[in-house]
Design a protein around this ligand. Structure first.
Ligand code: GLN
Length: 482
């Protein structure tokens, strides 16, 4: 069955002409048509658009100009702009928004001959941890459809995990790639800030946002990271010479690899069974020659509170453009101000409105220094602490998520929900590359193993991750219901 293969296996078949690009794309489109009713992972599927790209891919394959992603289906989180295909951010305020331009990652995917099978569900404007904040309904986890897939890139994680697409892209502002990857049992990678262009990604918190891949294996995620990365003069924070190189992906070794576990990411917040699975994984790496150090990075304790000031502050500014005049449907009222209030009041969801209010407050005169400025200082402190740790460590490791996939609707305390971002937030604060790799099951549900490295260590991080995946010594584990 084509959908059961990894992207690299599919690529081999395409290059060997055992299968055509159209057949591959059609196979996934058929699966979306019959299976996505169980998951709600896709918001838009445009079969014609996908098949037209499959034909371009086939001509690349036939003329010998094809690359590793030619003819491979990729799903995009619906906060990335696609010319002629609606881009909703899972918000009613962008319900019928059809961008007139492609995000840089989309341009790069098209050039590489990938076929974009559709746009995936997310928490509205990427604000959330369980993907229950979508205006188009929650996404269901293929490991147990009564459970959440994690957010905010839940649709993209499920697209790969439920084998509705070979690969997908998500965005990660505070963990939104790694967290759902962990809960769905796949690989999710957030590259160093600046290595993948944000041009055409609808901005949430610009100093933290980063696009990255989901795949069934480290190799698949690396292939996609290679294609989407590199300098882009359309993004002012893009780094020069930043394409992620993966030629040496398989040549890494765990012998002498120095990894550190901060006690702040291994306390009572972590579910005991998740801890156990993580510890067994660490033991395996030690057997293969890795050196483990326990350390303390005290500023991690302030990570969640700091993030929930910085991210809403930037969001309150970024989302000001959605006013019913420049973007979005307009709800007419008695006057201009009233129309503006009605539009934003009725078309934004509750979580988005909450964050706009918190952010506006934190940035307002008289409070700026006490909140936003102070949060940025803590962010600097945290980054420095990590950088110091990297002087004698290759990577910081921890569970990706404190818990396994929670039941849909199971977490009602908003603070408890936000506290789940504990392990993923530090990488966004420092712009560090960070990856989640499946490492076992607790309560029969996937557990993720997270590695975070210094700025620009993406190549080493992927190499180590490949070796770790081998050390965990197992084939990709599919959700039992597939
Ligand atoms: N859970 C975090 C939040 O709600 C992370 C979101 C993200 O990375 N986009 O903001």
């Amino acid at each position: 069955m084509l959908h059961q293969l990894t992207a690299s296996e599919l690529s081999e078949k395409l290059h060997a002409k055992e299968v055509s690009a159209r057949e591959v794309t059609q196979a996934f489109l058929d699966r979306i048509a019959t299976e996505d009713q169980h998951y709600n992972a896709f918001l838009t599927v445009d079969a014609e658009y996908a098949l037209a790209q499959a034909d371009v891919a086939q001509s690349q394959l036939d003329s010998g100009t094809a690359g590793a992603l030619t003819g491979i289906p990729v799903a995009l989180k619906d906060n990335m702009s696609t010319t002629g295909v609606r881009t909703t951010c899972a918000s009613k305020i962008l319900d019928n928004y059809v961008p007139p331009f492609d995000a840089t990652v989309v341009t790069k995917l098209k050039e590489a001959g990938a076929t974009i099978v559709g746009k995936t569900n997310l928490d509205e404007f990427a604000m959330g941890t369980t993907n229950e904040n979508s205006a188009y309904g929650a996404v269901h986890n293929p490991w147990d459809t009564e459970r959440a897939p994690g957010g905010s890139s839940g649709g993209s994680a499920v697209a790969v995990s439920a084998e509705l697409s070979a690969l997908s892209l998500g965005s990660d502002t505070g963990g939104s790639i790694r967290f759902p990857a962990s809960l769905c049992g796949i690989v999710g990678f957030k590259p160093t800030y600046g290595r993948v262009s944000r041009y055409g990604l609808v901005a949430f918190a610009s100093s933290l946002d980063q696009i990255g891949p989901f795949g069934k294996s480290v190799e698949d995620a690396a292939l996609l990271a290679h294609v989407i990365s590199g300098y882009d003069n359309l993004d002012s924070t893009s780094l020069k010479d930043s394409q992620i190189q993966i030629n040496d992906l398989k040549s890494g070794s765990l012998k002498g690899l120095k990894i550190g576990i901060p006690e702040e990411l291994f306390g009572d917040e972590i579910d005991p069974q998740v801890k156990e699975v993580f510890e067994l994984s660490v033991d395996q790496l030690v057997k293969e020659g890795a050196i483990v150090k326990h350390l303390s990075l005290p500023s991690i304790r302030y990570g969640v509170t700091t993030y929930y000031l910085i991210a809403p502050s930037e969001a309150s500014s970024n989302l000001a453009r959605f006013d019913g005049v420049r973007f979005g449907p307009r709800i007419e009222s008695t006057g201009h101000v009233e129309s503006f209030c009605a539009t934003r009041g009725q078309l934004f969801g509750d979580e988005v409105k909450l964050r706009i209010m918190v952010g506006t407050y934190a940035l307002s005169a008289g409070y700026y220094d006490a909140y936003y400025h102070r949060a940025q200082q803590v962010r600097g402190m945290m980054t420095e602490e990590f950088e110091n740790a990297y002087k004698d460590l290759d990577f910081i490791i921890s569970p990706t998520s404190p818990i396994v996939a929670p039941p849909l609707g199971g977490i009602t305390d908003q603070m408890a929900l936000k506290a789940l971002d504990l392990c993923t937030i530090p990488a966004n604060m420092g712009g560090f590359p960070s990856i989640s790799i499946p490492c076992g099951l607790a309560y029969d549900l996937p557990v993720g193993f997270q590695l975070t490295g210094p700025i620009m260590s993406d190549e080493r991080l992927l190499q180590a991750s490949y070796a770790i995946e081998q050390a965990f010594g197992r084939e990709y584990r599919r959700p039992p219901i597939l």
